[in-house]
Write a protein that binds this ligand. Structure first.
Ligand code: D5M
Ligand code: FE
Ligand code: ZN
Length: 517
């Protein structure tokens, strides 16, 4: 059995798998039965299957074989054995930043399979539904919508199989319709893989109504309620959302700092070069301010969450505001700026909607022709992606979906971008609304599902800085290096440029450095 076959089996079951785990399975005397055992025992909330999930499932007589494999692996692991998209162990030799490891846990790069066929969309939404509904199912004893059919068109009275005093049923579905009734109640169409049903949330049920007013299309929710006598309508009594757990186990922490930034927009005439150079000077430790110099010494990582350059043809009239008209020249300039960053800092660059990759998300990393100009302390990843920075899990997403969330959820605005990020966390999904501003490529897996809970969610796109916590997750929107464009004036975007969140990797405390004069 070869490695690609193993990876495919796990991907089809909704899991990614680490290179060590793949190798362990491939070298097993009976990989098929081992995989069966792993899948049977797998906790569905796990995103990446690793050796630790397999260890207990290998028979005694193959444990020697297991350690031999791992030993061999550690000798030749240079990060090129398995496609980067599955998990890339950064190599000390390649990146020359051995103290700043970067493990890529989730990334579409080199892993895209979709061509946009109908069945791919079906599979994509099934993957979303199964993973999100599973998170709710842990807390809700639900039934398939189809099973409610037996109550439909039955005369009133207590129904067989239902809770005796409440007549309660619970279902988990994806929201396929949302409207207000003429009396102001909320009417929600809920769909699972077996059928659909209408759910009514009454205005009088204030708390529920408040929750339902924030529902968006295509999110997955659990509803507990009572069926009407004809069995056609469910009156909601309780809403359960995927959400983050209230407590998480002990989290690993690291040391040093990660500098988070985004929306550099190199090539735009509104790119703030002077401020940017002040920032580069800070990274070089070239500052008279002692505290800043001390802080600078601690920087291990710099992460860019998209819109590295301004690109071309992105918004109407953009050509009037470009200093560099050619997109490749914009990247050449970017590479020049980044070459000034000290080599001991590991840089991670993920693309956004202004970058030269496909617009449909998930987006792969920038192409080789662009990457080639950057020095070897730069690691490129796709959008979104999850990276492990020496034990701290960072989810990077440019944040295009924030446009949709601002438009759909009351109280969510561009001025407080972390509020939109809280909405993502509650839904355990980075881009819940399908078919609006974010165009989504129907990959086999929904890469926007927030499976394993990260330590940090880092977004950009909205050009305003924000730092907040939601439960145990640090939410950071890292602002921009571009002052207000004519286009942004027209759409009333008021940026907070040249401000940079710096996260302490041991406490996750965040400081915002300001480089504007
Ligand atoms: O997005 C920069 C900011 O501009 C971000 O807050 C979204 C906003 N934006 C972008 N396009 C539009 C449209 N068409 N209407 C309203 N607001 C918009 P960037 O990705 O850097 O261009
Ligand atoms: Fe931007
Ligand atoms: Zn953007």
């Amino acid at each position: 059995m070869n490695q690609i076959e193993v990876i495919t089996v796990f991907l089809e079951e909704g899991y990614q798998i680490s290179p060590n785990a793949v190798e362990l399975i491939c070298c097993h005397c009976n990989p098929h039965s081992l995989m069966d055992r792993i899948l049977k025992n797998m906790d569905p909330s796990v995103l990446v299957v690793d050796v630790e999930h397999i260890n207990g499932l290998i028979e005694e007589n193959s444990s020697q074989e297991k350690s031999a494999i791992l030993e061999k692996k550690s000798l030749h692991d240079n990060g090129h054995i398995i496609p980067k998209t599955v998990t890339l162990k950064s190599s000390a030799v390649k990146f020359n930043t051995s103290e700043n490891p970067v493990d890529i846990l989730m990334d579409i790069t080199d892993n895209s399979t979709c061509v946009g066929e109908y069945m791919e969309f079906v599979q994509f939404f099934r993957n979303r539904y199964s993973r999100l509904s599973e998170m709710i199912r842990n807390r809700l004893n639900s039934r398939p919508i189809e099973s409610l059919n037996k109550y439909r068109n039955k005369s009133s009275g207590r129904r067989e199989g239902m809770d005796k005093d409440m007549n309660e049923v619970s279902i988990i579905g994806m929201i396929s319709g949302l409207k207000s009734t003429s009396n102001g109640h909320k009417m929600i169409e809920l769909e699972d893989t077996t059928g659909s049903i209408s759910v009514l949330v009454r205005m009088a049920d204030k708390e529920l109504f408040e929750l339902a007013s924030r529902f968006v299309l295509d999110e997955v929710v659990g509803i507990t309620g009572a069926l009407t006598n004809d069995g056609k309508l469910l009156i909601a009594k309780k809403i359960t959302i995927p959400d983050l757990p209230n407590t998480l186990g002990e989290r690993k922490r690291s040391y040093g700092k990660a500098v988070l930034t985004s929306d550099v927009h190199i090539g735009s005439s509104t790119f703030l070069e002077d401020e940017w150079y002040r920032f580069i000077d800070f990274l070089k430790g070239d500052t008279d301010n002692e505290a800043m110099a001390e802080l600078s010494k601690e920087v291990r990582y710099l992460v860019v969450a998209g819109d590295l350059v301004d690109g071309v043809g992105i918004y109407p009239g953009q050509e009037m505001e470009l200093k560099i008209q050619d997109v490749y020249q914009q990247y050449k300039k970017a590479a020049e700026y980044f070459s000034e960053i000290p080599r001991h800092i590991t840089v991670i660059i993920s693309p956004g909607n202004h970058d030269a990759v496909r617009q449909a998300e998930p987006q792969p990393m920038l192409p080789e022709i662009i990457r080639a100009d950057f020095s070897d302390n730069v690691t490129f990843v796709g959008n979104p992606s999850v990276v492990d920075l020496d034990g701290v899990k960072l989810m990077i997403y440019h944040g295009r979906s924030i446009d949709d969330l601002v438009a759909s959820i009351p109280g969510v605005s561009y001025h407080e971008p972390t509020k939109a990020m809280v909405e993502m966390m509650k839904r355990r999904h980075l881009s819940p609304i399908y078919g609006s501003r974010v165009s989504i490529a129907p990959e086999k897996q929904d890469h926007f599902v927030i499976g394993q809970v990260p330590d940090i969610l880092h977004c950009g796109h909205v050009h305003t800085v924000g730092v907040d916590w939601y439960k145990n997750v640090l939410l950071v929107n890292s602002g921009t290096w571009q002052s207000q464009t004519e286009f942004q004036k027209r759409v009333n975007v008021v940026p907070t440029p040249a401000q940079v969140p710096v996260v302490d990797l041991s406490t996750l405390k965040t400081t915002i450095l300001k480089f504007a004069e």
